[in-house]
Design a protein around this ligand. Sequence first.
Ligand code: HEC
Length: 101
Amino acid sequence: MKKYLLLVVIFSSILLADKLDGKKVFETYCWGCHHQISMAFGPSFTEIANKRSSQEIEAYIIDPKSMYKIFGYKRTVMTQLKLNNLERKLITKYILSYKGK
Ligand code: HEC
């Protein structure tokens, strides 16, 4: 019985991992502070996509504290998030999909 449960857990986590996309990363980590098309606590994804490259976006996510001055902010209040590579790529693609929207 225990073995069976373990299999179910493993199988459903594979399914969930399969479904991981930029929107999910957004809802998990960014949603409280960013909105796709309107200004929230932080700038909208449309605004970010219109002025940044994917490298810049990834660099900001990895370490806001070393990037905020370069990006023209006087200070940063964005949390340093521990995203894995895949999550970071997915969210960056998701942000850039709002370019021009
Ligand atoms: C605690 C609130 C908060 C969370 C959570 C947060 N951000 Fe931010 N973010 C901000 C604020 C506020 C700014 C404006 C500058 C600053 O304070 O660093 C910002 C700035 C940014 C910038 C640079 C904007 C520019 O000028 O180009 C990027 C890129 C960014 N956030 C991406 C993300 C992503 C992606 C996530 C989720 C994985 C996220 N942020 C989560 C608050 C947050």
